[in-house]
Design a protein around this ligand. Structure first.
Ligand code: BT5
Length: 259
């Protein structure tokens, strides 16, 4: 992957500017800094390697050289899109899941921000915002996808099993093509962000729907029950052990199958 190849692969998309790095700390950090200056809507930061890739709550995200996709897309949301900011993590996750499905894979979203293949994590999404007082100015959608086998971290570093596209497909995949397709998917889905059908598609792609799950918050509190679906803001709806419908909001939540 290099700047020239990428420019060619992405040339037909209505992107802002594209910045490519052979190696960087975190594409999200670069995009957040750029977003506070002159970044246009749909500008992208892409890196071949991240040395300080981040997950939620500063957990580590591994992006070894030459194997993965790591990029951050800057959105300048319209007034209407600002009404649906909590759906943006779904926008990223759904675009990734859709692209994997067009390659014949059974991709599911482990709410809120993981994409799974065969019950293993293949991609993670990290959405961060730049605020101007009370108003959101920019949203950065950071996406990491394990494309080639070498991108999958060692088991002892993981809380959840991981896989790559190459593992799932049994053949190598071109990273530029996957990147193109995910960006095209985000651009297409973005037009539907505020619709009921967006939530319906997101809901349909959820892992563990109708199954027993446990959502654990950072403070140790837990909700156990059947995963029902999503609220209009993208929060998770679970029927708890007393049969009552409860809402699990975004934040430091870990979801796993239960029982
Ligand atoms: C995420 O966080 O899954 C969000 C990951 C977002 C990464 C992208 S890459 C481009 C952009 N720039 C950044 O700096 N970040 C974004 P979370 O749900 O907190 O999951 C983090 C956990 O996933 C870690 O604690 C590990 O257990 C596991 N993990 C780390 N690297 C992984 C990998 N390559 N594949 C699968 N699991 C991984």
């Amino acid at each position: 992957m290099n700047q020239k190849e990428l420019k060619k692969a992405l040339s037909k998309l209505p992107l802002g500017d594209v910045r490519y790095f052979d190696s960087i700390g975190s594409t999200n950090n670069e995009a957040l800094a750029w977003a506070t200056t002159d970044a246009k809507d749909l500008s992208v930061v892409i890196a071949d390697e991240q040395t300080a890739g981040r997950g939620r709550l500063d957990r580590k995200w591994f992006t070894p050289k030459g194997t993965a996709l790591a990029f951050s897309l800057i959105l300048r949301p319209t007034a209407e899109e600002k009404l649906y900011l909590t759906r943006i993590v779904g926008l990223g996750a759904l675009a990734v899941a859709d692209v994997l499905r067009t390659r014949g894979l059974v991709a599911q979203i482990k709410w809120p921000n993981d994409v799974l293949l065969n019950g293993r994590k293949v991609a993670g999404i990290l959405v961060e915002s730049v605020w101007s007082g009370e108003e959101v100015d920019c949203v950065v959608i950071g996406i990491g996808v394990n494309v080639l086998k070498g991108s999958v971290p060692p088991v002892d570093l993981l809380q959840f099993p991981a896989t790559s596209l190459e593992d799932a497909l049994g053949q190598e995949v071109e990273r530029g093509r996957v990147l193109h397709d995910i960006l095209a998917g985000i651009i297409a889905l973005r037009a539907h962000l505020g619709t009921d059908s967006f939530i319906a598609s997101w809901e349909k792609a959820l892992a563990f729907r109708g199954e027993s799950v446990q959502a654990e918050h950072g403070d140790g509190s837990r909700v156990t029950g059947k995963l029902l679906g999503l609220e209009p803001d993208g929060s998770l709806r679970i029927s708890n052990e007393d049969g009552k419908s409860v809402t699990v909001r975004f934040g430091d939540v870990r979801l796993r199958p239960h029982g």
